[in-house]
Design a protein around this ligand. Structure first.
Ligand code: SAM
Length: 295
């Protein structure tokens, strides 16, 4: 077998970029990976094998895509920037199991994409170095769609990764932690130095794995209302749960009904939202819903 230099080496990345006259677009979050060790860690965390599929969002010039092609049986990669398509065609030419799709992942029908790309795969994971400007919308779209996903392994801004994985009680814990943990079990894989990217981002980065749950860990009467209660509870972090809920659900009313419902949910009115567990939020939302506040 002839040895071919991987696309992700700094030398080959620079050569490809120069030869194609490619210029990075900050507005598309274009920070490409040039470190074999980090690429190996990302792909390793996804637990792929040849029976499985991988969906990559934003392949760039194909550094991670090439590694995925070596591990998974089928790879679909969605890239928004048309200028990268000829580069991807060249770089991924040896890998017929890779299909590059030109489009905005936020506008794609992911169920149709899964049906077209991953039929017969024993499992599918999302693996990506995400564009940081749309991290949360992309991850929430993937989680809320109810896709048959095993893992989501992504490079994201470190501060966002810490918020997703946070436990109750700390300042990082908030509505994002609850939304992500409702759908998945997050785990920080590693933090990442700036030097693994070209160009280097001006924020810190981390790799996170979201093990997608087959069912939520709590039972809620109405999902949309549950998330509405969570948002309301965190509306002003310095306020108590009672004050935040009052502004949203009981404006212009006395506190009696609210306090009775909090007592029924076994939640002290003086607590702050950041101390409530997922189970406590579910219990609270169900009590408020049963009292007719979701209508
Ligand atoms: N995977 C490559 C790597 O690790 O070197 C590139 C990662 S770079 C951080 C993000 C990539 O996502 C860029 O190629 C960018 O053009 C692409 N991108 C940005 N917004 C996108 C969107 N809405 N849908 C699909 N791709 C997008």
């Amino acid at each position: 077998m002839t040895m071919r230099e991987e696309v992700s080496t700094p030398r080959r990345t620079k050569e490809i970029i120069q030869r194609h006259g490619f210029s990075f677009k900050k507005s598309l979050g274009q920070n490409f990976l040039i470190d074999q060790n980090i690429l190996g860690k990302i792909v390793g965390a996804a637990g792929l094998d040849k029976s499985k599929g991988a969906l990559e969002i934003g392949p760039g010039i194909g550094a991670l895509t090439e590694k995925l092609a070596q591990e998974a049986g089928r790879v679909a990669a969605v890239e928004i920037d048309q200028r990268l398509l000829p580069i991807l065609e060249e770089v991924l030419e040896p890998y017929p199991q890779v299909h590059v799709i030109h489009g905005d992942v936020l506008k794609l029908d992911l169920h149709a994409l899964f049906a077209d790309e991953f039929e017969g795969c024993s499992g599918v994971s999302v693996v990506a170095n995400l564009p940081y400007y749309v991290t949360t919308p992309i991850l929430m779209k993937l989680l809320e769609a109810g896709l048959p996903l095993e893992n989501i392994v992504v490079m994201i801004q470190k501060e966002v990764a810490e918020r997703m994985a946070a436990s109750p009680g700390g300042k990082e814990y908030g509505s994002l932690s609850i939304a992500v943990q409702y759908y998945s079990e997050p785990e920080l894989v590693c933090t990442v130095p700036h030097s693994v990217f070209i160009p280097q981002p001006n924020v810190e980065s981390a790799v996170i794995r979201l093990k997608v749950r087959s069912a939520p860990p709590v039972s809620v009467a109405d999902e949309a209302f549950f998330f509405e209660v969570v948002q309301a509870a965190f509306a002003q972090r310095r306020k108590t749960i009672a004050n935040n809920l009052k502004s949203r659900f009981f404006p212009g009313e006395g506190r009696e009904r609210l306090e009775a419902l909090l007592a029924e949910s076994r939640i002290e009115p003086s607590r702050r939202a950041e101390t409530l567990s997922l189970e406590e939020f579910a219990g609270l939302a169900n009590t408020l819903y049963a009292a007719g506040l979701g209508e």
